[in-house]
Design a protein around this ligand. Sequence first.
Ligand SMILES: *Cc1c(COP(=O)(O)O)cnc(C)c1O
Length: 849
Amino acid sequence: MELQLYNVAPRVPKELKFLEELSNNIWWCWHPLAIEVLMRINPNLWRELSGNAKRFLREVPQSRLEELAHDPTYIRQLHAVQAEFERQIPAKDDLAARKVAYFSLEFGIHESIRIFSGGLGVLAGDHLKAASDLKLPMVAVGLLYRQGYFRQVLDRNGWQIEHYPVSEIHNLPVVRGCDPSGKPVTISIRLIDRELFAAVWVLWVGNVPLVLLDTELPQNPPDLREVTWRLYGGDKRMRLHQELLLGIGGFKALVAMGYEPAVCHMNEGHAGFLSLARIAHLVNDAGYEPDVALEIVWRSNVFTTHTPVPAGNEVFDINLVRPYLNTFAAEARLDVDRVIRWGIPIYDRDHASEMSMTVFGLRLANYSNGVSKLHGEVAREMWKHLWPQRSVAEIPIRHITNGVHIASWVSHRIWDLYEQYLTPKWAANPKMDALKEGIRELPDEELWMAHELCRQSLVRRARRLMQNNFRYMTDGAAPEVVTKRKSVLDPGILTIGFARRFATYKRGTLLLRNPQRLIALLKDKNHPVQFIFAGKAHPADDGGKRLIQELIQFAQRENVQDRLLFLENYDIGMARSLVQGVDVWLNTPRRPQEASGTSGMKAAVNGVINCSILDGWWAEAYNGENGWAIEGNDYYTEDEDRDNYECQELFNLLENDIIPCFYERSGGELPTRWIKRMKASITTGLGLFSSIRMVEDYQRMFYAPATEAYAKLTADNAEYAKGLVRQKEEYVKNFDGNLLHIEQPTVDRPLSDVHVGDTFQVTTRVHLAGLKPEEVEVDAYYGTVNAHNEIQTSIAVPMAMKQDLGDGNYVYGCEIECTFSGRFGLTARIKTGGTEWDNSVPGFMCWPR
Ligand SMILES: *Cc1c(COP(=O)(O)O)cnc(C)c1O
């Protein structure tokens, strides 16, 4: 039976017209007053629909809207929200001004928009919100999943089952993306012998348009319609289709809509293929040679790597990708083997069976970074083989530590306190001194009271969820047991939270290694402790699912279900409750596999105290006062030994420090020492780990210079880029052709007896073959050495050309001053002049042979 479908929505009275505009921009979700004007319409329905504002407005009774239209207080409040909205959001999109395009396979913006799976997506969502707050001219690109990531249900054995409820487009705050003439855009990309079509939608995240592609179209054969059904579902071919759609289709969509991005940011290797679309665009629409286009593209790309864990670094079988890349390489007038080689490590050139999207991304981005200080180091070590001639310190992968969008994560109660006591700009990367002063002034009683209310809300939410949803707790249980579930948890005791993906390296069951000690904590009458766990395991990860099951079965077996609870279906809404309501946020990764971790930052900005392995962000955030560090040990060769050791360390911390500190009430009702730590935690969170700080870092270090580079490269019919192509040919001939030569440098005094403050002259002879002195830099290269006589921290001092010996031979020299003591190594090198080639792969460098 063929049906004609239609919706009947309430007729929104003209006094409330703005509500429709508000529900069509997810901006409301990080503005407390906006949330209030929506929720006030019907709090129960609001909660039932998980804050899906669009659907909410479709379902509220007409009579309630009529009533509010005549309520002057409500209208006043609505006008205030409208004024703020109009102050922040321009009425018209300036397409040409949006120079930065941000590509990600997932975006976690709000629980009602299920196009994310976890940390990577939430980070991308927080990135857009901060960009909006900063009025940064950005446009973002992603996929509009109809089913998204799975909904987690736990069966009575505690085993995870994946459900895939379908999101209805008309309930999402999206509109069709149009071209400049107002016509809805549909793009297509060629998949070997078929065409994949995608409709283009736009989801407004405040100021930032998020362009979303959707393959649920009648033009597509059934298997291709599925491309945007599930996030991280399906096989490798499906994933390849998704990534081709994101990178190539996404870029085409931007162009079709009239955007002219100068900089493309790849959030993880998933978006890597966008480079092919960019090159093809410059070749076909601007008429540049492919090599000129390549210089423009890689010099204006940004790439962020998010994990050292192999499963997070996408690779594709070359036999799988080659037939696809044939088409896209041809569109960019590139040789397909050359394109594939961009994704293969140098050492593997001749034997590789896979191409790596991380390698592809690193090679095609002048600006790349890891997501914490420690992860930057780990990433440089991990990918140093791409630049075989350089020391680790000179590997051009930097770090920008992640941050969280404060307004999206701070509870309303705590928010009000901050508004009252902190420096006015407290949520927008404030000055540390002003922030500290305000936090000192926060009255202990008020802070503690607000936090206790958050804990109570969390317990209420957990109980509500428990009764309605949790099959594993109630299936087959007697009625009195079900009733007892109404009182799980205690709103007044020390509450420890652990919620994250259940991947083995995160060690969600670390505490279970010593069940006796754990049970003793859970059953302690005087100083009781409760744990709340949540998190999904990847559908294909039975190991992760077993960890969840172990936790649930442990609680059942030991009859501690009211003290150790597993909450089903971790998502953004639940994350918010947890990071606001627990007292301690626990994190136990095997170092250094947690690249950053962001949930701990969300906890910190709420005054929740972190207890974590010194990994990811915590390695740079922990200062001895703002939380606890689980003393890890990197030297174990067996995971088993290390896990046991770190488990005992964690119990020591809990028993000796954390629990006594929480229950110490010597000065009356308040845990004064605890509150001091809460304040230190807040200072760290607000001061260093906001997404505003993060996006400002990206802007300063990457977006601004890349935008400038793009303008310079494309000016005057790309004269500058063409010059670089010619220069590259010369460098390739001379450096890679081994025509250059440099001698080990000599010095003017015996180095057996030098002291701090001494200076000496360094001299070397070079042969520059076809290059001129102004095209190269000759460095004295020295630094302290380790036991293997490898330079640890290197110093490069450019040498001056002292003498032209003819036939391309020169003498170079400089003075070196001994500024600090140690055992040193000294050599010299030739590199390219200037900085234009410093980040190129593998780069041009010549050392004494
Ligand atoms: C913040 C967040 C994450 C990421 O937290 P990690 O500390 O990186 O594990 C994952 N899922 C949700 C729903 C989040 O809100």
